[in-house]
Design a protein around this ligand. Structure first.
Ligand SMILES: [Zn+2]
Length: 254
């Protein structure tokens, strides 16, 4: 997903009307005490991130939602099959992850359909139609709303955005701490982490371990988050089991 910088220009109240953010977890359809995880922009085999993440989720018997990008699915269809076979929810995140502000109804529809074609090809399902959708960057323009409605898609909302795309292995602790604190404070929540990065990988660069494109820390972070939140008494539910219909109530974006 990844939020752009328009928040500062337009104010959080106005922006929230056009994003998937609902600060109160109850407005995402969760009951008190429930936590749902979504992982965006994968699948990603750089440093084996998504397979390792699937191992961690399996270890803790947690079902999550994966907002997958068509152009990544083409490269790693076997991982998409594994997600599906493991009971995780597949969420259409468009084919190219272009910013919705630069797209109209027709191009968005193409993007959604192209992503579905790749999911269908990976799963071996003809005419596959996604049930769930997350707009790139979480931005819901009028065209996004129309295209999603036309395709019969439900938006997967969020209650917290932890800015995990702004950290790498060297400084991820702060966003992990924040996620845990928010989940405890709000008695649950709908969260996002990014297992994928759509920027060109810089794995051979000297500062790879300090790069925000290096998502290798995500599986271990999720291991810690799940362990601590379960100890706190919170229950993990897959996002598809809760209401994902857009609320009309405005809420401040995180
Ligand atoms: Zn994304």
């Amino acid at each position: 997903m990844g939020f752009c910088n328009v928040e500062g220009c337009r104010g959080t109240l106005v922006l929230s009307l056009f994003t998937i953010m609902r600060r109160n977890p109850r407005l995402t359809g969760l009951q008190p005490g429930q936590v749902a995880f979504t992982f965006d922009d994968g699948p990603n085999l750089e440093a084996n991130v998504t397979p390792n993440l699937l191992d961690v989720l399996h270890q803790h018997s947690v079902k999550a939602g994966f907002c997958i990008v068509g152009r990544q699915i083409v490269r790693h269809p076997d991982i998409v099959r594994r997600m599906s076979n493991s009971g995780h929810l597949l969420i259409n995140h468009t084919h190219s992850h272009e910013h919705p502000i630069r797209q109209n109804f027709a191009t968005l529809l193409d993007e959604i359909q192209a992503c579905d074609r790749e999911i269908g090809a990976a799963l071996g399902v003809r005419d596959y139609r996604s049930e769930y959708f997350r707009a790139p960057f979480g931005i819901v323009t009028m065209a996004v709303r129309r295209a999603a409605r036309h395709h019969g898609l439900k938006h997967v909302l969020l209650s917290h955005y932890g800015w995990d795309t702004r950290v790498g292995p060297h400084n991820c602790g702060s966003v992990v701490d924040l996620l845990i604190a928010n989940a405890k404070k709000h008695d649950g929540g709908m969260f996002v982490f990014h297992d994928g990065s759509l920027c060109p990988p810089k794995i051979h660069e000297e500062n790879w371990n300090r790069s925000t494109e290096n998502r290798s820390w995500v599986p271990e972070a999720i291991h810690r988050v799940v362990r601590e939140l379960k100890q706190h008494g919170l229950e993990f539910v897959p996002p598809g089991t809760v209401s994902t219909v857009r609320s009309t109530r405005p809420a401040a974006a995180a």
